[in-house]
Design a protein around this ligand. Structure first.
Ligand SMILES: *Cc1c(COP(=O)(O)O)cnc(C)c1O
Length: 347
């Protein structure tokens, strides 16, 4: 069997939920979009279920699968994508966002008494949400509907950077527009939870923090380890090249390991040297990443052998640092892992 695995630590997940909860008095909405950031499993869900008061996803399919596992509120972050979706919302008691006026059309044709509407204000990210004036108009329209509740929400564009002044501008704007209303309010993702207490309001929405993708400085632990076994080792002489386009050339007689993981497993494509760990020791990749294989320069090391594990990342480092060397972000590393990588859940 090809051994390319993502280990997922359930105790780290649990730790992260506890850490997040220790930072806030707000109620916690578990953001589980994109199949729990790529990590879904029943045991994973159980741990999150014990620690959150509601969930958020993006697609109706995600919401329907989750509805089979929980009776807690499930929010559709982008609301409906077409008017027909309100039928599914009605049948499955889903909460939904309204970010644009077209989503208001036909709302009153449905029985939404078991749904909360999350009305989204654009406070400066300029991605989704109403401007102030239209926000107040939309609020008037939904206030007369027979619905369970209204939540006023916005989203921070730069929450991971505490020093970015746009955060406080966004928070101030949110407060200015919503302070006269007593509805529940929500603004903070993980970065907002750790960096901006004033953005917590009533409901916080952590995603990446739960999955250990960032914020180790606040006590968040990495939840994943990606590793694969060496399936072959070649000897190359000084001056010989390896891999597609011969992009890497041996500077001395070297051993080169072929490892069973490639970009089709979800690793970002690369052609420059990346670090990996074998038996606790650091090595560099050699040449271009292939679809199903990665080459590692073992140099003159003669101890590493076929069958040894190669760690692409582990439980020791903040995943956002690993992401940097791949010129990407930890969100993408997690959500890109492909289905042919086996997921093994450990305590
Ligand atoms: C994805 C998402 C979150 C979670 O963000 P993290 O940075 O992963 O904590 C929160 N709110 C909204 C609107 C989102 O789309």
């Amino acid at each position: 069997m090809r051994r390319t695995e993502l280990q997922i630590s359930l105790s780290a997940l649990e730790n992260n939920l506890k850490v997040i909860k220790s930072f806030t008095n707000a109620s916690v909405q578990g953001v589980v979009k994109a199949n729990f950031y790529g990590l879904f499993d029943d045991r994973m869900h159980e741990i999150i279920e014990q620690n959150v008061e509601s969930y958020a996803v993006v697609t109706i399919d995600e919401a329907l699968s989750l509805r089979k596992l929980t009776s807690k509120p499930i929010l559709l972050f982008q609301g409906v994508h077409e008017q027909n979706d309100y039928k599914m919302i009605e049948e499955n008691n889903l909460d939904f966002t309204i970010h644009s006026s077209w989503q208001l059309k036909g709302l009153s044709d449905f029985n939404l008494e078991n749904s909360r509407i999350w009305l989204k204000l654009n406070t400066g990210m300029n991605r989704l949400g109403f401007n102030d004036k239209d926000f107040l108009i939309a609020l008037k329209e939904i206030e007369i509907l027979n619905i369970k509740d209204i939540v006023l929400m916005s989203h921070l564009a730069s929450s991971e950077t505490k020093s970015n002044p746009n955060n406080l501008k966004q928070i101030k704007k949110f407060i200015d527009v919503t302070k006269k209303f007593s509805y529940l309010k929500s603004m903070a993702n993980t970065g907002g939870i750790f960096n901006f207490k004033e953005a917590h309001f009533d409901i916080v929405r952590p995603g990446i923090g739960m999955y250990g993708g960032k914020y180790s400085e606040f006590g968040i632990k990495p939840v994943t380890k990606l590793r694969s076994k060496i399936i072959s080792i070649n000897k190359v002489r000084k001056g010989e090249s390896v891999g597609y386009d011969g992009m890497w050339t041996a500077q001395e007689s070297s051993r080169v390991a072929a490892v069973g993981i490639g970009y089709a497993d979800g690793l970002p494509f690369f052609s420059s040297e990346k670090t990996v760990i074998i038996n606790g020791e650091k090595f560099y990749t050699a040449g271009m990443l292939s679809m199903d294989l990665m080459l590692v320069n073992l140099g003159i090391n003669d101890k590493v052998k076929v069958g040894d594990w190669v760690d692409i990342w582990g439980f020791e480092n903040d995943l956002s640092n690993i992401a940097q060397q791949f010129e990407t972000i930890s969100y993408k590393l997690l959500t890109n892992i492909s289905s042919r990588v086996s997921k093994n859940y450990i305590e």
